[in-house]
Design a protein around this ligand. Sequence first.
Ligand SMILES: [Zn+2]
Length: 172
Amino acid sequence: MARAEGSRQNGVADRISREQRRWLMSRVRSKDTKPEMRVRSYLHQRGYRYRLHVEGMPGKPDIVLPRYRTVIFVNGCFWHRHEGCRRASTPKTNTAFWERKFRANVSRDERTQISLQCEGWTVLVVWECQTVGSQSLADTLGVVLPTRIPAKDITTPRLDALQHSSDRDAIR
Ligand SMILES: [Zn+2]
């Protein structure tokens, strides 16, 4: 039912300036963003097993922890409207256009969360601004995840984790 994201782009391009379009395209949700990489690295270091960008799940979650039936969305503060965050500013021109766009994003996020929760998933949202600074991420995810994970899974690196980080000091 959900249309591919690309199908929306023509209408957008017609209504905004070239400069705004360039900026917009740089903001469109994409895979492997820096904030997302920070979350993945945080989880990886703690031995969590996860899958990425799982097709066929509502909203195609960025990170899926199948064993804990938990998904994590790593959301850009601007694009997904982090409430009260200074990164979630509204452009001064074409304000109506942006507000419409933002509302659509927020309600899509809400629908996605509800669908996932109806399927029994726990939905976690990590905001871009919460991935800056190691303590910030620990504060965000550390509160939720350790209570869900058996201690042995946190302290025991997996074989594939060891292989991926063999150039560091992970092998002990
Ligand atoms: Zn934020």
